[in-house]
Structure formats: structure tokens, C-alpha cells
Ligand binder design. Structure first.
Ligand SMILES: [Mg+2]
Ligand SMILES: [Zn+2]
Length: 221
């Protein structure tokens, strides 16, 4: 198994990647957390029947895509390492997620997942990997595969790891108050930068589009 398994659930993930040496020449991306951000948070989602998209998510993703952002879901799924589900189950859930979004006109550029945990389960999935958020392994893979410009990118999520990930890659972090977002806001280390707090993904997308338009570093060159 690769260190950064990903679901090949959208046609674009199988497209040959354009490669750029510089980090500033690619497309900006929105790296989107999955549970509690895109779909309703349930404790270790392991059944496709429990997958529920949060309101407004497809429309917001369509708007971000239309504004030129690559859409990449980046998710920690330590339930795999813990033996609560298999990678095949996660893949089934991701195919269904991509299918539902596609039906609403959203083309995801990729879904990248970390199935590891540093202390739970058994090797090889029990390990200190480079892909478990807030480590930037998944984003680095996506940036290579899709030729992304991380400095013009955003991370959106309901967890501290999503904001720490943004800081680690030089992107902007947006906290959503869905899922565990309210708890995260209360407990977040004040040293972790938060560019914006949004009620939900729809509001986050609206803010991102506005921010990218007014922000010099985000201006298209
Ligand atoms: Mg989450
Ligand atoms: Zn990992």
C-alpha cells in the first residue's frame, strides 16, 4: 500500500499530472476536510448509508470550481488503522460521495486519505506517517499530482488539524462551525492562525472567493 492512498473516484485523479517545478505557477486549491465539513459528523463513518452531505455543500463547491479552485478532499481515516473499517469500505464511501457531488455538477479533483494511526492498531497501518493531518504529506502529494499553488490555497475544516495543516503549507485556514467546529473554536491554541471562521462550508466558500479576489498574493498572474 502506498503511503498516501487515494480514491480514484473522479476521472481527473487519473489524468496525467502536469508538473511544475515552482510552487507559484499552479492552480490554487481548496483542501477540504471531510467529516463535519462536507458530510455530517458521525463517529467513524463506516457505512455508506450514514453518509449525509451537509446543506449547501454541492453548490458551494460548484462556485469554488467556477472561481478556478481545484477541489481536494483531505481526510484522516484512522478508523482503518484501528480496524473499524477497511480501505475498501472507505473507497466505497468516497465513490458514493463523488457520485453525489457529480450529480450536482461538482467535479472533485481528488480525495486523499491517511489510513494510519501512530499508536492504535497494528503495523503497517500503525505508524507515525507523513500523511496524517496536520502533517502535509497528503497536500504535498496533491500539489504534485495536480500542479497546485499552495500559497494561493485554502484549507477548510472543523478541526484544529485542518488549521494547523494550513499553517504548515503556507495556505489560509478557514474554520467551519459544523461538526466539531464549535468545540475546536473554544479549545484552539491561539498561536494557530485562523484566517476566517465560517458558520458552514457554504459561508466558507463565499468568504474564500471574496478573499482571493481582494488578496494580492492570490491574484492570478
Ligand atoms: Mg472534520
Ligand atoms: Zn498517514
Amino acid at each position: 500500500m502506498s503511503a498516501t492512498p487515494r480514491s480514484g473516484c473522479s476521472p481527473s485523479t487519473r489524468r496525467p499530472a502536469r508538473r511544475h517545478r515552482g510552487s507559484t505557477r499552479g492552480r490554487p486549491a481548496v483542501f477540504v476536510d471531510r467529516d463535519g465539513t462536507v458530510n455530517r459528523e458521525v463517529h467513524y463513518l463506516s457505512r455508506v448509508e450514514d453518509l449525509r452531505l451537509l446543506p449547501g455543500v454541492p453548490e458551494a463547491m460548484r462556485r469554488l470550481g467556477g472561481a478556478g479552485f481545484a477541489l481536494v478532499i483531505v481526510t484522516n481515516q484512522s478508523g482503518v488503522a484501528r480496524g473499524l473499517m477497511t480501505l475498501a469500505t472507505v473507497d466505497t464511501i468516497h465513490h458514493e460521495l463523488a457520485r453525489r457531488l457529480a450529480r450536482r455538477g461538482v467535479r472533485l479533483d481528488g480525495i486523499y486519505l491517511c489510513p494510519h494511526h501512530p499508536t492504535e492498531g497494528a503495523p503497517p497501518l500503525r505508524r507515525s506517517c507523513r500523511c496524517r493531518k496536520p502533517r502535509p504529506g497528503l497536500v504535498r502529494s496533491a500539489a504534485r499530482d495536480l500542479a497546485l499553488d499552495l500559497r494561493r490555497s485554502y484549507c477548510v475544516g472543523d478541526g484544529a488539524v485542518d488549521l494547523e495543516l494550513a499553517a504548515a503549507i503556507g495556505a489560509r485556514g478557514v474554520l467551519v462551525l459544523t461538526g466539531h467546529g464549535r468545540r475546536t473554536r473554544r479549545s484552539l491554541d491561539p498561536r494557530v492562525p485562523v484566517a476566517h471562521v465560517a458558520a458552514n462550508f457554504r459561508a466558507a466558500a463565499k468568504w474564500i472567493i471574496h478573499d482571493a479576489e481582494r488578496s494580492p498574493r492570490h491574484r492570478r498572474r
